[in-house]
Design a protein around this ligand. Structure first.
Ligand SMILES: C[S@@+](CC[C@H](N)C(=O)[O-])C[C@H]1O[C@@H](n2cnc3c(N)ncnc32)[C@H](O)[C@@H]1O
Length: 279
């Protein structure tokens, strides 16, 4: 028994008990999410729900599944943008697409696609490089609300300037406005771009491998996981890549916690693009 317990110790204990209860009741295992960011999100949720102790969430989530699913959504940070990190897209265009062009059929997976801007950026680039018709793109997330937005492909017009700037820095060949129609205060991406995309729910923590991909984009998702979970997700992704397939992770992420590092060579470590070794 611990005689003295700091507030932080208590919070961690309460959080562990809460995550045990959630795992038993719903099968979601959040134990390996990065603790500091998890506590921040739990506290934000508590503030909105007018709750003062983490342990009070245990009976709430056990008995009220709608409250629990609201919590799951609050864990999902869906911040994204078109051609985010334009120099990464530029490197994909220059180093990866030329290899993909040599294949008769190309499978690409965006894991953690959020509201879809990254997927449509990829589709635009593939269209400009003349290979969109040969591609099947899978776009997955564990947040159904984000997937609904992604499927619609409707985004606020106020983001256009940022998107256009990113597109031009990424080596875009046309005008970005060629790829959408303007609605009143929003834009809708051309349906031509979504024709080759399948949106689906997939959880990188609990679900399995996603067939023989030539390129996997998993950017800005791993940062929410602890080292063990990053390794699990990266192993799943590596197992989903075909031999000589490519992997692109986020600029602030890295492979150093993962066993798969030895199975990948650098295309550009600076831009976090890697290629699977043949064996
Ligand atoms: C910050 S967004 C990244 C979006 C996009 N990849 C980008 O870089 O712009 C992170 C996304 O990861 C998703 N995510 C978090 N945990 C996940 C999990 N266990 N399985 C699948 N997706 C997850 C979130 O729902 C969110 O949409």
């Amino acid at each position: 028994m611990i005689e003295t317990c700091t507030v932080a110790d208590l919070e961690r204990l309460e959080l562990d008990l809460l995550l045990d209860a959630v795992k038993t009741r719903y099968g979601y295992d959040f134990h390996d999410y990065a603790k500091a960011s998890m506590i921040r999100r739990v506290k934000k949720y508590m503030e909105q729900a007018g709750i003062s102790h983490i342990s009070e969430l245990i009976p709430l989530f056990l008995h009220d599944n709608r409250a629990f699913y609201r919590f799951v959504k609050s864990l999902s940070v869906v911040v994204t943008e078109m051609f985010r990190d334009p120099d990464v897209f530029k490197t994909l265009r220059e180093e990866v697409i030329p290899v993909l062009k040599t294949y008769p059929f190309i499978k690409i997976w965006h894991a953690g696609c959020a509201s879809g801007q990254e997927v449509y950026s990829m589709a635009i680039m593939l269209e400009e490089e003349g290979i969109l018709d040969r591609c099947q793109i899978y776009a997955t997330d564990f947040n159904d609300d984000a997937l609904k937005l992604a499927k619609k492909g409707i985004y606020p017009a106020e983001d256009i300037e940022l998107y256009e700037n990113n597109y031009s820095l990424s080596g875009g060949k046309n005008k970005l406005s060629d790829y959408w129609v303007s609605l009143y205060d929003s834009i809708k991406v051309n349906s031509r771009l979504s024709e080759r995309v399948t949106f689906a729910n997939h959880n990188l923590v609990t679900d399995g491998v996603f067939g023989e991909m030539h390129l996997v984009m998993c950017r800005n998702v791993l940062i929410y996981f602890n080292e063990q979970l990053q390794d699990r997700a990266l192993t799943l992704i590596n197992d989903s890549l075909c031999p000589r397939g490519f992997l692109c992770i986020g600029r602030r992420e890295n492979l150093k916690f993962s066993q798969i590092r030895n199975h990948l060579e650098d295309v550009s470590n600076r831009f976090r693009i890697y290629r699977k070794l043949s064996s």
